[in-house]
Each structure stands twice: as C-alpha cells, then as structure tokens.
Design a protein. Structure first.
Length: 317
C-alpha cells in the first residue's frame, strides 16, 4: 500500500499525514510517536516561551531521527523568538496557525525548512503561495480550536483550484474515510488533530481524554464567533456560559475574556472539564478508544486503501 504524493516527497515520510499543532497538548511525546510511525509529529509552541520549545526540540531529537516539526501559533507574544529557534535548530518542518508567517519565510526557506501554513480561506492560501510556502493545510471549521468560516468540503477544492503548491486537508478527518475523501477533494495529505488527542502518547489530563471519548456528534460548539476569535471546543459549563453571554447584548465582554484566559491550560494540565476549554473537532464523536499513535496511523491508512479500492465498484456496470 503506497500513498505517495507531493506531500510524502516534500516531507520525506511514509504517509502523507501531519499531526495537528495542538497548543498545550502536543509535546515531544506525541510528536516523536507520530514521526516514528511514518507521519510528521509536531511540537505545538502555543503560548510557550522560546526556551521551552528549544528543549522540546532536543527531546524529540533524542527519540526519533525521522522528520518532525514545530507549530507556531502566530498570536503568541513569543512567536518571533520561536521563529528564530526553529531557524537555529534547523527544524525540518514548520506549520503556522492564526496569522500570516510571511515575514519569517525567507529565512526559514534559506535554512532548508519546509514551511506549511495552516489557513482557512482561498485568499490566505494564495498569499501563502506567493510568499514561498511549500504547501498549505486547508483547515475547515469542523476542526477543533481556532477556526475559519468554511467547511472542509467547501474549502479544500477551492484552495486546490487556487494554488499550485500541494494542499493538505484538516477538519473532519479522523479515519480512513476522511483520508479517502480528502484525496477526492484534491488534497495530497491530511492533518489530524482530534484523533491524536486519544493517542496513548498524548499527555493531556485524563479528564480531557475522557471528554473526547464521551463526545457525541453534536457535542462540540463554537465560542467567540461574535468576538472575532471563533474556537471549537467540547460543550461544557464554560462553553455554554460563553455562548449565552455572546447572545446577551448586556453581557460584560471583559468578563468573558477573563473566563477564557488560561482556560485551555486548565483543561489540558489541570483536567478542569467544566471551566476549561476542551478544544476538539466535530469528529470527536467518532473517537472511541485510546490507541498508540502508530496504530492510529496504520489503521487510518489501511482503511483509506480499502475505501478507495472499494470505490471502483461505483463505476461497475
Ligand atoms: O491556529 C489554528 N488553531 C488554533 S490556534 C489555537 S491557540 C488559541 N487559543 C485561544 C484562542 C485562539 C487561539 C487553537 N487552535 N488553526 C489554524 C488556523 N489559522 N485556522 C485559521 C487560521 C488563520 C487565521 C488568520 C490563518 C491565517 C490568518 O490570517 C492570515 C492572513 O493573511 O489573513
């Protein structure tokens, strides 16, 4: 079974899959596990300081000699310092989220780094191609965390048509059917986040993991639509209160900000499943068990191969 695309060529991996850059969640454990399993594992810089990210890079390198990456959340106050660390450390792959990494790209490219911005619209994809990105991740609003407007189904083919660099799909991909669908939409790879929340090597608080396993199809919601920072997370007390405050014109927006500050850390580290932000995608409803990352990847691609081979039957007369 071979899934060779421009993405496997670019990333030098067995499978065209990268792990989502999940802030506070993705550390060297999950990153090295995904890389050792034939994908690209990522350390999420999130809002961490640059020194922390450098240590994480060193730890990944102790555990794998395969390609790995760092996800830089561009709204972080440490983003510029982390941009420098990935350069100094010659990290093989950098993905970015929540902003435009254009000013860093020339230096990263000069250092031989593969640059893959995560974007949520056609105009962003075109801008990223223009400033030298090697590929883009088209992330639909089924995804967990900070999201855009369009669904994966609508976004992916429009981005594929608009750029000539390869496209990976994210948002709604949790099994082999999702991978097969991504290929059908013209993508050449996938980024998977939510399914890896249930990886054995994913060191989130057990309460967070359990919330993902318990989550049903309509178990996620989006907070921050009215404040310009839409974030998909599992419905809990925090999410319900924020959504209610957003509907109330008299609600104190500062109070809302206060409730959200530190809430992702509270979920991931402290296991606060009531007032923590349990970021997860809509596919949380199809994540049912904790498995090693390598098993997740093998299973997903074996299923994708089966689904794609079975699709021939649709054309039989
Ligand atoms: O970045 C993500 N997902 C994230 S970041 C994050 S940490 C966070 N925590 C609390 C509040 C907000 C963030 C959790 N999840 N996904 C990638 C992504 N990036 N989706 C959309 C974008 C994006 C948004 C604006 C990319 C570019 C952009 O502007 C650039 C431009 O050129 O317009």
């Amino acid at each position: 079974m071979a899934f060779q695309t421009r993405i496997t060529e670019l990333l030098h991996t067995e499978y065209p899959i990268i792990q989502g850059g999940m802030a506070w969640v993705a550390d060297y454990h999950i990153a090295s596990a995904v890389s050792n399993a034939g994908g690209v594992g990522l350390i999420a810089a999130g809002s961490a300081p640059a020194d922390f990210v450098r240590e994480q890079i060193h730890k990944v390198r102790e555990l794998t000699d395969k390609p790995f990456g760092v996800n830089i959340m561009l709204m972080s106050p440490h983003a510029a310092d982390i941009a420098q660390v990935v350069l100094e450390e010659k990290v093989p792959v950098v993905t970015t989220g929540a902003g435009n990494p254009g000013k860093y790209i020339p230096d990263w490219k000069a250092a031989g780094i593969t640059v893959i911005p995560v974007i949520a619209s056609v105009s962003q994809a075109i801008r990223m191609e223009r400033v030298g990105a090697d590929a883009v991740v088209a992330e639909g609003c089924e995804a967990g965390g900070h999201i855009g407007e369009l669904t994966t189904m609508a976004l992916t083919p429009q981005i594929v048509d608009a750029v000539s660099i390869p496209v990976l799909t994210a948002g709604g991909v949790a099994d082999g059917r999702g991978i097969a669908a991504a290929f059908m939409l013209g993508a050449e790879g996938v980024q998977v986040g939510t399914r890896f929340l249930a990886a054995e090597e994913c060191n989130i608080h057990p309460n967070y993991k359990q919330a993902v396993l318990d989550c049903k199809d309509i178990g996620t919601t989006v907070t921050g639509r009215t404040t310009g920072s839409p974030v998909r997370c599992i419905k809990n007390k925090l999410a319900r209160e924020i959504v209610a405050m957003e509907k109330d014109v008299k609600a104190d927006k500062e109070e809302m900000e206060k409730m959200l500050t530190g809430s992702l850390r509270a979920a991931v580290v402290d296991g606060d499943d009531k007032m923590g932000s349990l970021m997860a995608g809509q596919v949380a409803g199809m994540v049912h068990k904790i498995q090693p990352a390598a098993e997740i990847i093998k299973e997903m691609f074996a299923e994708a191969a089966q689904v794609l081979a079975g699709a021939q039957k649709l054309l039989a007369d």
